[in-house]
Design a protein. Structure first.
Length: 418
């Protein structure tokens, strides 16, 4: 029988769950400071939703989706990303008519992509993302970039680079693609890019094999309309004023087709190669694509929690508190073990963290467990003490041992904890 987990997935436990929970807590609290509200959407959605929005020619849609068929043979997929489900929910539940505009939403949840697993790349991973929908103002784009940058700085990460690009739309994009395609036709391209150049020429700029050859490629900034150019310049100058360092990167094209303006990524510089922690941008036409009567501009980003955890551990940063116990019960007899059950109940009800041995181990072994579990106190229960309605409490730090009446145990431990 195969009892292995599926390739590209992880079991998360003990230290790692503690780090993940601490990270989620920080992300939630920073998002709430920025006045973002949490949204949870299903982990599976109709397949067409992503085909129509992320783009049929993107890697995500063409090769990386996990398919599900229901009993009526309708096609669903495990969600590969969070933006499209959020937009679907906004339209379906008319959130734009119920809440203050712009809608400022955030989510944390599992995404699924059938990718080749490697360092920082999984088939099931967690994303934290934000989406702001319903206002066109470059100040909001700055807020979203600032939120992403601040998050990573607040959790203590170093060696971050913020990359910016602007993906023009309409006639300007068409003109740029013609020039770019002509440039690529004069280059020796890898097998994948020979196909990409016909279907999605922008993506060729992102080729992991040939990127260095494209330093002399035509740059998209030279094709922006005057309005786009002014907006991009204003955004850059505000980021500079806010002391958020960035670099311009015309090869930053993103792997999803819905972007229509500024796009950005925050990468971590490693010796061998970069790891993208966070990516996003503006997507002003997505709402309109699904619901032509609506015209709500939008901007957002998502970051991968597993990549963040990896980077935190590489930079020796821990977010979670070390686990500890207020007390561990040491039972000197079977009678004491029975008494321990009710004592634990009472101590836990008062909010103390306590535990005892359930393997009927020797006193020496119980003390060893106590040390491993980093208990602050030993509560020693013996037959003689039970007869006198007392127990002994040893402070593990000072070594001081005292007899304490049953009635006074909670008050005693609370005083010691102060
Ligand atoms: P994305 O760039 O595809 O954008 O993913 C965002 C982040 O998710 C990546 O930077 C990375 O940290 C993480 N990620 C992606 N794929 C994997 C994987 N296979 N394993 C581990 N981590 C991964 C989006 O998903 C857009 N929805 C972002 C967005 C929101 N744009 C506008 N709003």
């Amino acid at each position: 029988m195969n009892i292995q987990k599926p390739r590209g997935t992880e079991d998360i436990y003990y230290e790692k769950t503690r780090e993940l929970s601490a990270l989620e807590l920080m992300l939630r609290s920073i998002a709430m400071q920025y006045n973002y509200h949490e949204i949870r959407t299903p982990i599976f959605e109709a397949k067409d939703l992503f085909v129509r929005s992320v783009g049929a020619e993107t890697d995500i849609v063409s090769k990386e989706m996990f398919y599900l068929l229901d009993k009526k043979e309708r096609e669903f997929v495990l969600r590969p990303e969070g933006t499209v489900p959020v937009i679907r929910s906004i339209i379906e539940d008319k959130l734009y008519g119920k809440y203050e505009l712009p809608l400022k939403l955030f989510y944390i949840g599992n995404m699924f992509r059938y990718e080749r697993p490697q360092h920082g790349r999984l088939r099931q991973f967690n994303q934290f993302g934000v989406e702001v929908v319903g206002a066109k103002n470059y100040l909001l784009d700055v807020e979203v970039i600032l939120l992403g940058y601040t998050l990573l700085k607040t959790i203590g990460l170093n060696y971050l680079t913020l990359k910016l690009n602007y993906l023009t739309v309409g006639a300007a994009r068409t003109k740029y693609l013609v020039v770019l395609t002509a440039f690529f036709q004069q280059q020796e391209l890898c097998a994948d890019c020979k196909i990409r150049v016909k279907k999605n020429p922008l993506r060729v700029l992102d080729c992991k094999i040939d990127q260095n050859k494209f330093d002399i490629a035509p740059k998209i900034y030279d094709y922006l309309t005057e309005e786009e150019n002014n907006e991009f310049k204003a955004l850059q100058s505000l980021l500079t004023k806010l002391e958020v360092p960035f670099v311009l990167d015309y090869k930053l094209v993103r792997g999803l087709d819905y972007y229509t303006g500024v796009v950005f990524e925050i990468v971590i510089d490693k010796q061998e190669r970069e790891l993208t922690l966070l990516g996003g941008g503006k997507y002003d036409q997505l709402v309109h694509t699904f619901e032509p009567s609506l015209d709500y501009p939008a901007v957002g980003f998502a970051l991968g929690l597993e990549r963040l955890l990896l980077t935190l551990s590489e930079q020796n940063i821990t977010l979670a508190d070390e686990p500890y116990l207020d007390a561990y019960l040491i039972c000197l007899s079977d009678h004491a073990r029975h008494f321990a059950v009710s004592l634990l109940l009472m101590l836990r009800a008062s909010g103390l963290r306590v535990d005892c041995d359930y393997l009927a181990r020797s006193v020496k072994a119980q003390f060893k467990s106590l040390e491993r579990l980093k208990a602050k106190h030993a509560i020693i229960i013996g037959d003689e003490e039970l007869k006198k309605n007392v127990i002994k409490i040893k402070n593990q730090k000072t070594g001081k041992e005292q007899e304490v009446k049953f009635k006074k145990i909670i008050a005693f431990l609370n005083k010691e904890n102060k």
